[in-house]
Design a protein around this ligand. Structure first.
Ligand code: HPA
Length: 243
């Protein structure tokens, strides 16, 4: 079953007709919210609110391991993760969607593996290409006919938060090759790989990264972009579900 993880601005999908909800715990504890099951454009899908419903968990407080294991237990066979990001390069103007193809991880202190049981063999998963090619291709087809502004490819820099970055940090990330910056892509993406679940990320650019505009980054500015942007995301996801 196709599953979606909704981030900031996507705590609920308005176009999802909910048919059930599982409150389930995992060996890593409870997920952020119950895994919701429903009909989207004629197809049965799963949805999980990354920050809880209502939105209450900061990026470093999310139990990513429980979320991903709960989705797997609920029957997820592919996951599209949605997140709000800051834009760093011209590839990522405010309001556009970015279908990232790479990640650089700047987070720290998060539980980033499912394989930390000393009684189990060591596992080092291949993560050269963190996103699933077939899932990205399917999303590209839907984005191409969506009428929305979007970018194929880009590097997602995952920061620890919850504060936004300094201008110098954003410049360093740009030198590193990052196009967008967000706080939740890791360890979520690598846990999907450890669980062998195809995973792709659809990011909505909600503000220019720190120092990339001459204005302060305000929550009001971000929320204005999120309102319209996430409606577009929901249309793309429904289109994906129907194909
Ligand atoms: N930085 C990090 N995470 C974000 C940003 C940002 O500018 N905007 C939305 N999520």
């Amino acid at each position: 079953m196709l599953a979606f993880i909704g981030g900031t601005g996507l705590t609920r999908m308005d176009n999802l007709r909910i048919t059930g909800s599982r409150t389930q715990t995992t060996r890593f504890g409870d997920p952020s919210a119950p895994v919701v099951e429903g009909q989207l454009n004629g197809r049965q899908v799963l949805f999980l609110a990354r920050h809880g419903d209502p939105h209450a968990l900061l990026p470093h407080q999310v139990n990513y391991r429980a979320n991903m294991v709960a989705l797997k237990d609920a029957g997820a066979s592919a996951i599209v993760a949605v997140n709000a990001v800051g834009g760093i390069t011209d590839q990522a103007p405010t309001g556009a969607l970015v279908l990232a193809d790479q990640i650089i991880d700047y987070t720290h202190g998060r539980d980033m593996t499912l394989f930390d049981d000393p009684d189990q063999p060591l596992v080092h998963v291949d993560f050269s290409w963190p996103f699933d090619a077939a899932l990205r291709a399917a999303l590209k087809e839907r984005l191409a006919v969506s009428g929305l502004a979007w970018t194929d490819g880009g590097c997602y820099g995952a920061t620890q938060g919850p504060r936004l970055e300094t201008a110098a940090e954003i410049l360093r990330m740009e030198r590193d090759g990052c196009d967008v910056v967000g706080m939740t892509g890791m360890p979520e993406a690598v846990l999907a790989r450890e669980l062998d679940i195809p995973y792709a990320m659809l990011s909505l650019v909600v503000n220019p990264g720190a120092g990339k505009s001459d204005r302060e980054i305000t929550m009001a500015e971000i929320e204005a972009v999120i309102h319209d942007g996430m409606a577009g995301v929901c249309r793309v996801l429904a289109d994906l579900a129907g194909h």
